[in-house]
Design a protein around this ligand. Structure first.
Ligand SMILES: CC(C)(COP(=O)(O)OP(=O)(O)OC[C@H]1O[C@@H](n2cnc3c(N)ncnc32)[C@H](O)[C@@H]1OP(=O)(O)O)[C@@H](O)C(=O)NCCC(=O)NCCS
Length: 436
């Protein structure tokens, strides 16, 4: 195991594969301003963003010390210092049932349009899995721009989120009154309030990932986008004792020539109590001059629909997978979580990349604690599945019963998938509420 994951040197296997194609893999030194700037230009290009401004470059500079940053260079180009491919990664806490586990977060995967489809992404992703294993981490995780890319590396969709649009004039509030109060605060006060609240909420939300440093600050509007930042409003809920329990970040979008038809775009809502949750939603739904509230990356089982008179006025505009997980060490990963009941369940896993292949068994007690060991039970419930689906089941976000019905996993006996769902699925659906 490597104590300092961020200082793990270039992966020799990937570097050799890339060198055979005339490419050079480097770990970017966070202190090398020219290299970090070039890398930032490359990710902007990769995601079809405009060339970065000085402000954006300055802002991004804060990310580098907290991540392992990889650039792939083609020294035959006119501008060889600009990477033709990028990836960044770091260890981050992922909330699991009953606790949390440190997982390898992977982000900023880009390949220049001139260098696509020659195996660069594969070399980078396989290198990330080796590095995560070297760092002793049982899981890797990422969020994706396309859902077709990462299964081949063993990642499975693990949480789902919903986007919706609320017709606030017809929805009608029927929720209970909350005893505290709401005040609007500025960005600095919102960040100060948010730091503890976000972390408390994250620890209570299976599927949520810890966001620190500059990435956390950007949840409150990126400093490099001052116009966007100025549009944000922050509503803080404090309980009857004056303690902050929730924060809503939103912006108002004006409908042309209609001063009574603003749309509220909810950027983020954290609430550490049910009172705070209800109070902030009521506040948003009852804002004057507003006709619509939109929200994204919300849990699929959000209580909001039970707080309005007409739940049809909450129109789902999107449901999609968000967090993707790659199990690297099944025994360590499944030992790090708790279970929703007692029972014994074996898994037989196929992993072409060789990390998680083989069998393991979970023996859970009624109190939710479990022993997890390598090897399969001689008899009794057992699921056979590919490693990406093990990632999908890990947090209980996907239904084993649905996967069995779809023919994507095999039960040893009918009812094994139902047992898996009983053990694995937490009381509320797992959700990742941010991007990373
Ligand atoms: C997606 C991207 C990273 C792929 O990079 P690449 O170097 O061309 O990929 P590779 O040549 O290593 O291909 C690896 C595999 O992925 C497949 N693949 C590549 N891009 C894909 C895409 N957009 N959708 C589906 N499959 C894709 C390839 O067919 C290949 O499959 P195989 O290994 O089964 O034969 C690159 O096209 C890119 O940078 N896109 C824009 C940014 C982006 O979308 N990043 C992803 C952020 S989540």
């Amino acid at each position: 195991m490597h104590d300092d994951a961020l200082s793990i040197p270039v992966d020799a296997t990937a570097a050799a594969a890339l060198a055979a194609g005339g490419l050079r893999m480097t770990v970017v030194d966070p202190a090398d301003a020219a290299a970090t700037r070039a890398w930032a230009h490359a990710i902007a290009r990769g995601f079809h963003d405009p060339a970065p401004t000085e402000e954006f470059l300055a802002e991004l500079a804060g990310d580098f010390p907290g991540q392992r940053t990889i650039g792939i260079h083609d020294d035959g180009l006119i501008e060889p210092e600009l990477p033709v491919a990028t990836v960044a990664s770091w260890p981050a806490a992922l909330t699991v049932p009953g606790g949390e586990v440190t997982a390898w977060a992977i982000s900023d995967v880009t390949v220049a349009p001139t260098h696509r489809r020659r195996g660069i992404a594969r070399a980078m992703l396989e290198s990330e899995l080796r590095v995560a294993t070297l760092a002793g981490l049982p899981l890797a995780m990422l969020t994706v721009s396309e859902a077709t890319i990462y299964t081949r590396y063993g990642f499975g969709a693990a949480t789902w989120s919903t986007d919706y649009s609320v017709d606030v004039r017809r929805a009608g509030w029927v929720g209970q009154e909350a005893p505290g109060r709401i005040q609007l605060v500025g960005r600095a006060a919102a960040i100060a309030t948010g730091e503890t609240l976000f972390e408390e909420s994250r620890r209570a939300t299976v599927g949520d990932v810890q966001i620190v440093g500059h990435r956390f600050g950007r949840l409150f509007g990126a400093p490099s986008e001052p116009d966007e930042q100025r549009k944000l409003r922050f509503a803080r809920y404090e309980d009857e004792h004056g303690t902050a329990r929730g924060l809503a970040t939103y912006r108002l979008i004006e409908l042309a020539n209609d001063f009574t038809g603003f749309t509220v775009e909810l950027k983020q809502l954290v609430a550490t109590t049910d009172d705070a949750y209800r109070a902030l939603w009521r506040f948003l739904l009852e804002l004057d001059l507003v006709s619509t509230v939109t929200a994204g990356l919300r849990p699929i089982d959000e209580p909001l629909r039970w707080l309005v008179r007409d739940p049809r006025m909450i129109r789902t505009t999107e449901v999609r997978e968000h967090l993707w997980l790659r199990v690297l060490d099944p025994v360590a990963a499944f030992a790090a979580r708790s279970y929703a009941g007692g029972g014994r369940l074996g898994f037989r896993v196929a992993d072409p990349l060789g990390y998680a292949g083989g069998a393991f068994t979970i023996t859970a007690d009624a109190d939710g604690t479990a022993a997890v060991e390598a090897g399969e039970p001689e008899e009794g419930p057992l699921l056979e599945l590919p490693v990406d689906l093990l990632g999908s089941l890990y947090l209980g976000g996907a239904s084993a019963v649905a996967l069995a019905a779809a023919g994507r996993l095999t039960e040893r006996s009918p009812g094994d998938a139902a047992l898996a769902d009983r053990l694995l699925r937490p009381a509320t659906a797992p959700v990742l509420t941010t991007w990373f």
